[in-house]
Design a protein around this ligand. Sequence first.
Ligand SMILES: O=C(O)CCC(=O)C(=O)O
Ligand SMILES: [Fe+2]
Length: 352
Amino acid sequence: MAESGEEEIIGKPVQELQLNPQNLPKSYMYEEGGAGFCDALVPSQDDELIPVLDLHLLSSPSTAQEELAKLRHALQSWGCFQAINHGLESSFLDKVRQVSKQFFQLPKEEKQKCAREPNDVEGYGNDIIYSANQRLDWTDRVYLKVLPEDTRKFKFWPQNPDDFRSTVLQYTESIKMLSEVILKAMAKSLNLEEDTFLNECGERCDAFLRFNYYPPCPMPDHVLGLKTHTDGSTITFLLQDKEVEGFQVLKDDKWFKVPIIADALVINVGDQIEIMSNGIFQSPLHRAVINAEKARLTVAMFFLPDSGKEIKPVDKLVNESRPVLYRTVKNYVGIYFQHYQQGKRAIEASKI
Ligand SMILES: O=C(O)CCC(=O)C(=O)O
Ligand SMILES: [Fe+2]
């Protein structure tokens, strides 16, 4: 995936660095006066609330129009929303969190069995480091390609705990179905044929599942769990930790905490829908902060178009008052990763 000729420098798992908190490597530190990562705003007034959408209402004929208008507004203003009533059982979401936590609690040797390979992202590991000056994220991950089915590389899929794989398979199936519901609703909210975005993605969409484990860190105002970024996806589903907050979104140049709502899924627009929607839907800048005492675990599922498809603004969203704003891109994820490790935004390179 990461197409770079450079040699990778292998770093230590963050879970090991955490054991020596007096001596945090400089590459994790943001010196600028503590940056106030943890002082983000808690939305209070109505217009600052991160929208919550009821997916059942969105699919019911009598309420759909009103919910579609809310969806459009959410994606134009925040670029994300919290989905409730999505049909996934609370006990199943707990199971997803539980098997992932169990994995990260295993001894190092056990986790290493599905370690990623140098210069690649898939498997267990952390940031790909190309330079000693690179700013690093305080997180260990398991990163798996889950779709299309015939591209799964099971050697990277944990076998311990023994229900990890079956849980991931079931989760993938459920979220894939939801992604189709959401992409259709997004198209309808823009008065497009409901299959517009799905057709743009092609027959064989890609999906990646990323388990983000953020160990506690004694300097939460100087270290980020995940640096400020947008996602390179079409849409992303984020299952938050049930107890520990940490997801923040930038809106109108202010950082907002995304509150935990039991069993909600945070859904956000990625760069590729920003391109397809010709900028009507915005891919929001976001980041993950860390907690001084508690570990945090989140599960992100990224959907991507077929890697052979060209992605460009949908014709019906281009007109005289809104000319084409983005170049046609192909295999955007390759461009994305090259920019990501340098802390840059790939979408900027795609703007006309
Ligand atoms: O863990 C979080 O709160 C954010 C995760 C995220 O943004 C990502 O994995 O791209
Ligand atoms: Fe993200």
